[in-house]
Design a protein around this ligand. Structure first.
Ligand code: BTN
Length: 245
């Protein structure tokens, strides 16, 4: 991962370029990196604020030989790998909010967006989009995000952080987890993910397209689906939602 990097000064979205490169047959591990995105894309059709030089805005092409239902596992894998890289490189404690937000002191510093091409029940490619607010300053966040978002630098008291060396550590961490996952399966990722999770065991509200579900977050399934126990003891399985703690 990261042996082959396509670098852009500015682009609408690295995700879009990675999709094109994947369809052209570029190999697994290919990375698209941009200094700035003008139409950065988030989950649930949101936008992702990607100011020039402030972050790591990148998309990685993976080609696991797996059925498409496994794709959510790769999102959780990426979250765990990034948390471990940030903790070891910068000594900052991170938490994960289902499915893929990385929080520091309760504010979001990293978002992950996984998109999929599948054919005949096999994954052809997965595009793992990673947005890390590295050196974003308080003023660079739009005002509506200031109480919700943070950057690694802000959490380190304003010190500038070297994006290239952090990206290298993230590639190593991702590669290590990914190889282990292909060889041994999802169980160890699931355990690590649950150990970093802010929500497990806590009362949460999941806002889904079909309404709100309240209850205790009990864990994730082998497919990466969130399990919520309602007050009557019934377990709800959440595939896509916004979580409020
Ligand atoms: C989210 O939390 O909503 C996911 C955000 C993902 C942002 C990254 S930045 C690099 C890649 N390109 C995009 O347009 N989006 C992802």
């Amino acid at each position: 991962i990261g042996q082959n990097i396509h670098f852009y000064e500015t682009t609408p979205s690295t995700q879009r370029i990675a999709h094109l490169l994947a369809q052209q047959g570029k190999p697994e591990g290919t990375v698209v990196f941009a200094e700035e995105q003008t139409e950065g894309k988030g989950r649930l059709d949101r936008s992702w604020h990607s100011p020039v030089g402030a972050g790591i805005w990148m998309s990685i092409i993976l080609r696991p030989n797996l059925p498409p239902q496994h794709a959510p596992q790769l999102t959780l894998l990426a979250a765990v790998a990034i948390v471990r890289a940030i903790e070891s490189e910068l000594n900052i404690t991170c938490e994960i909010k289902w499915p893929n937000d990385i929080l520091i002191n309760g504010k979001k510093a990293v978002g992950i967006l996984t998109e999929l091409h599948a054919e005949a029940d096999r994954i052809n490619s997965v595009i793992v989009g990673i947005g890390i607010n590295v050196n974003t300053t308080k003023e660079e966040f739009p005002s509506e995000l200031q109480h919700l978002a943070t950057s690694l630098s802000l959490e380190k008291g304003g010190d500038k952080i070297d994006r290239a060396s952090l990206a290298r550590v993230i590639f190593e961490s991702l590669e290590e987890m990914y190889e282990k996952y292909l060889e041994h399966g999802f169980t160890f990722i699931k355990l690590l993910w649950e150990s970093y999770s802010v929500s497990i065991g806590k009362q949460i509200i999941a806002r889904t397209i079909s309404g709100e579900i309240r209850g205790y977050a009990r864990g994730i399934t082998d497919e990466g689906v969130l399990m919520i126990e309602e007050s009557d003891g019934k377990i709800q399985y959440i595939h896509s939602a916004d979580i409020e703690l």
